[in-house]
Write a protein that binds this ligand. Structure first.
Ligand code: RB5
Length: 168
């Protein structure tokens, strides 16, 4: 059982807008959630997914949110983009086992899903269960997550630069 109330940032592009709105409404009435922060898009918005994903991920990086739910057409572009922010671990998952492991194995703060991939009731069910999951810092997964975080130190190396040629 989770002993804290979550601050959850939600976001979507226009391809994920309806699901984002529904999930936002669910989260706002969930007793496990202290705050829901909506980074868009809003009803008339057409911001491309990378900007929404990075805005959400930065809130997590800066300690202003604990978790994120990001919806686009597939959930793929949102995860790719959110993962550009150091310290943020975002996944795309549409099944219960992967959603569970994303927290318990990977300590992923961000769950991305696709409005064109999964039905709304499945997505709502997955988010409902996700709120009850919390990473165990004393678990055997902790060292692996630390290893992921250590690679954030390499982010100043640009792929294709001479400096990166000999990089692992
Ligand atoms: C639409 O722009 C679509 O490509 C987007 O929502 C997402 O699926 C990208 O990963």
């Amino acid at each position: 059982m989770v002993n804290k109330l979550w601050r959850v940032v939600v976001g979507s592009d226009d391809a994920g807008f309806e699901y984002k709105e529904r999930l936002k409404s669910d989260l706002e009435s969930d007793s496990r959630v202290a705050e829901v922060i909506d980074v868009g898009v809003h009803a008339d918005g057409h911001t491309h997914y990378p900007h929404i994903a990075v805005a959400a991920a930065r809130l997590i990086r800066d300690g202003r949110a604990d978790r994120g739910i990001l919806i686009c057409g597939t959930g793929l572009g949102m995860a790719i983009s959110a993962n550009k922010v150091a310290g943020v671990r975002a996944v795309t998952a549409h099944d219960g086992y992967s959603v569970e492991r994303s927290v318990l194995s990977n300590n992923a703060q961000v769950l991305c899903m696709g409005q064109r991939v999964a039905g709304i009731e499945l997505v709502r069910h997955l988010v409902e269960g996700w709120l009850d999951l919390e990473f165990d810092e004393s678990s055997r997964s902790a060292a692996k997550v630390e290893a992921i975080n250590a690679y954030d130190q390499d982010r100043h190396i640009t792929v294709g630069s001479s400096e990166s040629k000999g990089a692992k």
